[in-house]
Design a protein around this ligand. Structure first.
Ligand SMILES: Nc1ncnc2c1ncn2[C@@H]1O[C@H](COP(=O)(O)OP(=O)(O)OP(=O)(O)O)[C@@H](O)[C@H]1O
Ligand SMILES: [Mg+2]
Length: 304
């Protein structure tokens, strides 16, 4: 009986997926495909899950891209799809950040049960800390882990020249988040949300911050909204409070940078030279250490 029920559920799932493809609703098809992959992961079939997600995230050929049908996110010029560059397990994170991120994912997986009991989960997140230490890459990796599509909110097309235009576009972005389970990344949100009343800015900025706060407060989403900032002190206090969680990504210690560089060297099949280790130890961020390793790998490869 339960086998029959399982087969019927799978058939229904596939029928929905086919119907989404048939009606050119690629966002929905993507979500359904990720749900199928996630279900394998939940059953402990991590290899299958990884292979399915890998197939889904395979780079598209220009021809495919050119013929891709219009879908929900393409209608919204402020959204740009984001591909996870790294998996969560590949990131250098402090144990406390890793635990917190895992908790958030656990809450996301249990969202239906939590919501049935009226217990809110944490989904409005602010990642802050110095540049190049993993805020953006961690947000995208979280989406990858949850099997959610991720989108970068492009401030250049969000901020309009006319009064009220930005608030309207913000509304559209949040409406998208309400309708499409996804992770929206407001990267470097300080560009949008400087402290209100800042002497350098005039009225429109205040209105944008207020609109953003109102959207954050009243929105609901089956995914995540992640804002990042390396200038948290310039964020409005009221906005700061609107996030369910504020997670600080600290500046890496020398020992972290060396471990990161060694791991990265290994992925290139490179033996870290002493000068490289010394340089990485002094790097300001993981991003800088990564660049040092990549330069060294390139140099050594060209030198044969
Ligand atoms: N903790 C980390 N683990 C692994 N790789 C990292 C980490 N932090 C940074 N990197 C590498 O550095 C690149 C830049 O990192 P990322 O964009 O996440 O920095 P950021 O904290 O968002 O910086 P910014 O504030 O300048 O936007 C990443 O693409 C990744 O390759
Ligand atoms: Mg960033």
């Amino acid at each position: 009986m339960s086998i029959l029920a399982g087969t019927m559920a799978k058939t229904r799932e596939l029928a929905e997926l086919f119907s989404a493809i048939g009606s050119n609703d690629l966002v929905r098809a993507n979500i359904l495909a990720r749900t199928v992959a996630g279900r394998h992961g939940a059953r402990g079939h991590h290899r299958v899950e990884r292979d399915l997600l890998g197939a889904l995230d395979a780079p598209r050929s220009p021809q495919n891209g050119a013929t891709a049908p219009t879908n929900a996110w393409q209608m919204n010029s402020s959204l740009m799809p984001l591909r996870p560059q790294k998996r969560l397990a590949e990131l250098e994170l402090t144990p406390s950040i890793r635990n917190t991120v895992n908790e958030l994912l656990q809450e996301w997986r249990a969202r239906a049960r939590l919501s049935a009991k009226g217990i809110p989960r944490r989904w409005r997140l602010l990642f802050h800390g110095p540049s190049g230490c993993g805020k953006s890459v961690a947000a995208a990796a979280m989406a990858g882990e949850a099997g959610l599509p991720a989108f970068l909110v492009r401030f250049d097309s969000l901020i309009g020249a006319y009064l009220g235009q930005t608030a309207l576009r913000l509304r559209e972005v949040f409406r998208f988040a309400e309708q499409t389970p996804s992770l929206l990344l407001f990267d470097e949100v300080d560009a949008l949300a400087k402290r209100r009343g800042s002497p350098m800015e005039v009225g429109e900025l205040d209105r944008i911050v207020i609109a953003f706060m109102q959207e954050l407060e009243h929105a609901h989403s089956d995914g995540f909204i992640v804002a990042t900032s390396n200038l948290p002190q310039s964020l409005d206090d009221a906005l700061w409070r609107r996030f369910d969680l504020r997670l600080q990504f600290p500046k890496p210690r020398k020992v972290d940078l060396v471990r990161f560089a060694q791991r990265h060297c290994k992925s290139f099949g490179l033996r870290p030279s002493r000068p490289l280790v010394i340089a990485c130890r002094q790097a300001a961020s993981y991003a800088d250490a990564e660049q040092l390793v990549i330069s060294e790998a390139r140099r050594r490869m060209l030198a044969g």
